[in-house]
Design a protein around this ligand. Structure first.
Ligand SMILES: [Cu+2]
Length: 163
């Protein structure tokens, strides 16, 4: 289960403070506040892009991110990278990402990420990708992922995946 994570979230803000400030953007779907959906810039020809987003459940009921769709990619998977003996492996988040009532969850914690497979073109820093987040209760919410500079803090080993 995902651990929630005020502390890690704050740590990430510290790490990416300037980026966060310069490109903060948020969306709202029902009781879910969707903060700062971002994608890490990848080298030309990359077949996958890693996406990250902060999800704040302000409601009284638990919810769940069950899927992401994007017209800019062949498909989007929810993944978790687990590093075992120095080798990163991807496992699907088959139950989605749980969003307990009153909690902030970062898709990005513990190696979790959205994987945009086969993007339709190269996306560079500053570009935007449209996507729809699909929640169990809050339903479908349209958002925009912004492309930012790559950081090794996110999804260890992701660069080795699928390339
Ligand atoms: Cu992945």
């Amino acid at each position: 289960m995902q651990k929630i994570i005020a502390t890690l979230f704050l740590a990430s803000l510290a790490t990416f403070g300037s980026v966060q400030l310069s490109s903060a953007h948020g969306f709202k779907g029902g009781e879910i506040f969707i903060d700062h959906p971002m994608i890490q810039e990848a080298p030309p020809g990359a077949r996958v892009l890693g996406g990250y987003v902060t999800l704040q459940n302000n409601g009284a009921e638990d919810d769940r991110l069950i899927a992401i769709e994007s017209p800019a990619a062949e498909k989007v998977d929810l993944h978790q990278s687990v590093v075992t003996d120095g080798i990163a492996r991807m496992t699907p988040l088959s139950e989605g990402l749980p969003l307990p009532a009153g909690q902030i969850v970062w898709l990005g914690d513990n190696g979790t990420h959205a994987m945009f497979v086969q993007p339709d073109r190269r996306y560079a820093v500053g570009d935007e990708l449209p996507a729809t987040l699909i929640f169990e209760k809050a339903g479908r919410v349209e958002v925009t992922f912004k492309v930012e500079e790559r950081s090794t803090e996110l999804a260890p080993g992701h660069g080795d995946h699928g390339q």
